[in-house]
Ligand binder design. Structure first.
Ligand SMILES: Cc1cc2nc3c(=O)[nH]c(=O)nc-3n(C[C@H](O)[C@H](O)[C@H](O)COP(=O)(O)OP(=O)(O)OC[C@H]3O[C@@H](n4cnc5c(N)ncnc54)[C@H](O)[C@@H]3O)c2cc1C
Length: 468
């Protein structure tokens, strides 16, 4: 693309923008620099155009502009993808951040959610009625990207991934058609969008099935010293021998954050946090979670009955927008002693105390669903490890990135080359993509060629969230 493509001429631009209810931003428009920012402060990309849509018709018109001017399209839901896949240099971003409507249907126990909503938007409306859609664990994350890539949250053990709970979607495909994707209409597209990523069209709204949750739940938050991590991780392994379906938790290598909520003497101390919830009544949760609160002598136990919306936003302060983030993930085939030693050794040597290393037991419903039912491929691994490197100073980029890569490579002997692409930098090779999607890979490529034959939505052939 030339430095000044003809459509950036002010007269042409205002002609293109005229039908939109939202705005069409170019590099010359005030507010452009704010609009191109995403959550990860490492990402600095300059789209040629940003279409801030205010409705489905705006999305249709924006796609027509992209087609006419041959601009590859990215979609922005919540803007949280760590690889910054909502923005590309020289392309068009279809920004749905003005489309955050949420409407609960109590009779049907469903919720209709627009494509730019966050999980905070959803929880706020659904919890009015003691209902919830399984989502993520940080309330500022976008519903769209998280769901399209799979979606792990506090309700996963009992109800599965966010994508397992989608009943229907409204999608604008590359040809500008507004389609319904569900079990009866465009079932191949519906299949692909549940776990295959966002490169098949713009999802303007999702319909989720709702579950009865809260408003009060029993949350788990036990802080053990990192020195006890080897024993605790062995207990986590034992938990998976006969796992309860109504307990969801992560074992997280971390350091006590330097915030007022924690006693000054503990701040900065390396820890293993067991965080999660009981997916059932708060009363039953007290007893059910007790064993996980006594695996060693805790430094602090903040487990408590609390509002579900509080639990859902409890981690928000530790993932501020604009810091430097480099994340990788890997599905483990098991947790032998060697894997535990490797993990603890790397946890000990984190270059940044902000870095969070959650090990997610995948107990319950997730692994009971056949891998061919949706595009989400991973239905057997007992654990998902993610290495969420987080730091502030650009001068520390290299040391943090190198440590993350080394840690990830050191875990390879305990895994089968599969990763969760919602925790990935988009730099993974074709072999990881194929290994992860397995038998679903070719079917995804077929759906991609049906609905986006010219590759308007960028992405790799199989269309994977997080991949560029
Ligand atoms: C702080 C934080 C906490 C997180 N917690 C969790 C968690 O608990 N569980 C979990 O599973 N993941 C979690 N994630 C990962 C998260 O699932 C991904 O980052 C996801 O991509 C975020 O979605 P988004 O809509 O905010 O991202 P965006 O950057 O807006 O979008 C990511 C990609 O999704 C696609 N996309 C977005 N919106 C649409 C749309 N409407 N239609 C079509 N395609 C679209 C596009 O391909 C885009 O490139 C977390 C991430 C962060 C940063």
């Amino acid at each position: 693309m030339s430095a000044h493509p003809p459509f950036l001429d002010p007269d042409t631009l205002s002609e293109l923008a005229a039908p939109l209810r939202g705005e069409l931003l170019s590099p010359a428009t005030p507010g452009y620099d704010e609009a191109r920012k995403v959550w990860n402060g490492m990402i600095d990309r300059r789209p040629a155009l940003i279409a801030r849509c205010r409705g489905v018709a705006d999305v249709v018109d924006a796609l027509a502009i992209a087609r006419e001017h041959e601009l590859p399209v990215c979609v922005r839901g919540g803007g949280h993808n760590v690889a910054g896949s909502a923005v590309s240099d020289g392309g068009m971003t279809i920004d749905l951040s003005r489309m955050r409507g949420v409407r609960v249907d109590r009779a049907e126990s469903t919720v209709r959610v627009e494509g730019g909503a966050t999980w905070a938007d959803v929880d706020r409306e659904t919890q009015l009625f003691g209902l919830a859609a399984p989502g993520g664990v940080v309330s500022t994350t976008g519903v769209a990207g998280l769901t399209l890539g799979g979606g792990y949250g506090h309700l996963r053990s009992k109800y599965g991934l966010a994508s397992d709970n989608v009943r229907s979607m409204e999608v604008v495909t590359a040809d500008g058609q507004v389609r319904t994707a569900n079990a009866a209409q465009n079932p191949d597209l519906f299949w692909a969008l549940r776990g295959g990523g966002g490169h098949f069209g713009v999802v303007t709204s999702f319909e989720f099935e709702l579950k009865e949750v809260g408003p009060e739940v029993m949350g788990l938050g036990v802080i053990y010293p990192l020195e006890d991590a080897p024993d605790i991780l062995r207990e986590v392994r034992a938990f998976m021998d006969d796992p309860a379906e109504d307990i969801t938790f992560d074992a997280v290598g971390w350091s006590v954050p330097d915030v007022e909520a924690f006693p000054p003497e503990l701040r900065g101390r390396p820890i293993m946090l067991l965080g999660g919830m009981y997916v059932g009544s708060a009363e039953d949760g007290d007893e059910a979670l007790a064993p996980l609160r006594n695996l060693a002598e805790p430094l602090l136990d903040i487990s408590a009955r609390q509002p579900f919306v509080g639990l859902q936003s409890g981690f928000d302060p530790f993932f501020p927008e604009g810091l430097r983030y480099y994340w990788k993930s890997i599905y483990l085939d098991g947790l032998p002693d060697d894997a535990i030693d490797t993990m603890v050794d790397h946890m000990d040597r984190r270059p940044s105390p902000r870095t969070i290393i959650p090990l997610r037991p995948r107990n319950g419903v997730i692994n009971q669903i056949d891998a061919s039912v949706t595009a989400f491929p991973e239905r057997s691994s007992p654990f998902l490890l993610s290495i969420d490197s987080t730091w502030e100073d650009p001068a520390e980029d290299e040391v943090n990135i190198r440590w993350t890569q080394e840690f990830w490579e050191a875990m390879a002997p305990f895994a089968s080359n599969r990763m969760y692409f919602n925790f990935a930098m988009g730099e993974e090779g074709e072999d990881v993509l194929r290994a992860t999607f397995g038998d679903n890979y070719d079917r995804l490529a077929e759906v991609k060629s049906t609905y986006d034959p010219d590759g308007l939505f960028g992405g790799r052939s199989a269309g994977v969230a997080g991949a560029e």
